[in-house]
Design a protein around this ligand. Structure first.
Ligand code: MRU
Length: 344
């Protein structure tokens, strides 16, 4: 497999948001340019760019695209365009708080602007800061996470929590890569992650890119793998963490946490503080995205269930804090009971 250089995952160049089209991996590595707000929305909604921190960064740069699209207008008209773009981008995916968090940061810049021309630099500066902070939070949280890994450990992961899901540094899979970078031998078991296969397509691809041994399994095999005693720990990311430590993450995470507890295997969550939403007291308050039925009952354009059949397709579920042995952020390794409070 030819090695590619995927960093950073989301960039801004020549008036466009530039992303790796993750729907094409692992067959094709292609950078696409998103030069309109409509294209940014489509890319986030269809998971061309995905992963909580990555969609926050793409959304922030999407506001810059909106400004460039509306450049010639008066300050009042510009603000109306940016408000509309914020609403449209924010509506693409409701669960990952990083998206609304990034859009709120951009909003506080354009709402306080006193003239249109200075807005381009100010918004570019804020979006660049969101990307830079994400890279530095990844560096810190992955190195804290690596302290929980020993050489010869096998780990089980869910979804994709590597560089592709962030600005480039990753969350849970990033911690595994950090431990490997420190000289430890780690074997990754990657849950394939139905229905969109982020584990099989993206986690396995990132591991292969780095020469980290990886074994893909269907989610149904996770129970017997955990019961076999071969897995030292389970590692997942988060799309939103409530104040009490409940975690919304890719559907299937809850089942994995239950299985890990039953098998006595530690269950770790790695996420930046931009994924913590202190305004939600518990996971019951987190909005869960439901996606089109076709993702479940068709594959590669081929029907995998009778035509017209109903499907249940939540993109995320909520794992209660009591099943989580540690939540790792850029600030360190948090142990239960969790009480996340607003910082700054
Ligand atoms: O639907 P996706 O692929 O965007 O879901 C992503 C996840 O659930 C990740 O685990 C999560 O964003 C945390 S890793 C950065």
């Amino acid at each position: 497999m030819a090695r590619v250089e995927p960093l950073p995952t989301v960039r801004f160049a020549d008036g466009s948001v530039r992303i790796i089209d993750q729907t094409l991996l692992p067959s094709r590595y292609e950078i696409v340019s998103l030069a309109t707000v409509a294209l940014v929305c489509e890319a986030i909604r269809s998971l061309r760019v995905r992963g909580a921190p990555a969609i926050g960064i793409a959304g922030a740069y999407g506001i810059l695209v909106a400004l460039l699209e509306a450049r010639t207008k008066s300050l009042r008209e510009l603000c109306e365009c940016l408000a509309d773009a914020t609403r449209r981008i924010g509506a693409t995916r409701p669960t990952a708080v990083n998206l609304s968090w990034a859009l709120d940061r951009m909003r506080s810049v354009w709402e306080n602007a006193t003239e249109g021309r200075a807005m381009v630099d100010a918004l570019a500066h804020e979006a660049d800061a969101i990307l830079a902070e994400d890279l530095s939070m990844s560096a810190a949280m992955t190195s804290h996470g690596a302290t929980l890994l020993r050489s010869a450990d096998a780990v089980l992961t869910h979804c994709n929590t590597g560089g592709l899901a962030t600005g480039g540094g990753g969350t849970a899979l990033g911690a595994v890569f950090a431990a490997v970078g420190e000289g430890r031998r780690i074997h990754v078991f990657a849950n394939e992650t139905r229905p969109l296969l982020q584990g099989a397509r993206l986690t396995a691809w990132e591991c292969a890119q780095r020469g980290v041994p990886v074994t893909v399994l269907v989610e149904g095999a996770a129970a017997s793998l955990l019961a076999s005693g071969r897995v030292a720990s389970v590692w997942v990311g988060a799309d939103r963490i409530a104040a009490n430590g409940d975690v919304a993450n890719k559907v299937g995470t809850l089942g994995l946490a239950v299985l890990a507890r039953r098998a006595g295997v530690p269950f770790y969550v790695v996420a930046p503080s931009s994924s913590i939403d202190t305004s939600r007291a518990s996971g019951a308050d987190i909005p869960i995205e439901h996606r089109p039925h076709d993702e479940v009952i068709r594959f590669g354009g081929v029907a995998t269930a009778p035509e017209g059949i109903d499907a249940y397709n939540p993109a995320f579920d909520v794992t209660p804090a009591e099943l989580i042995d540690a939540i790792v952020t850029e600030r360190g390794v948090h142990r239960p009971p969790y009480h996340f409070a607003r910082v700054g």
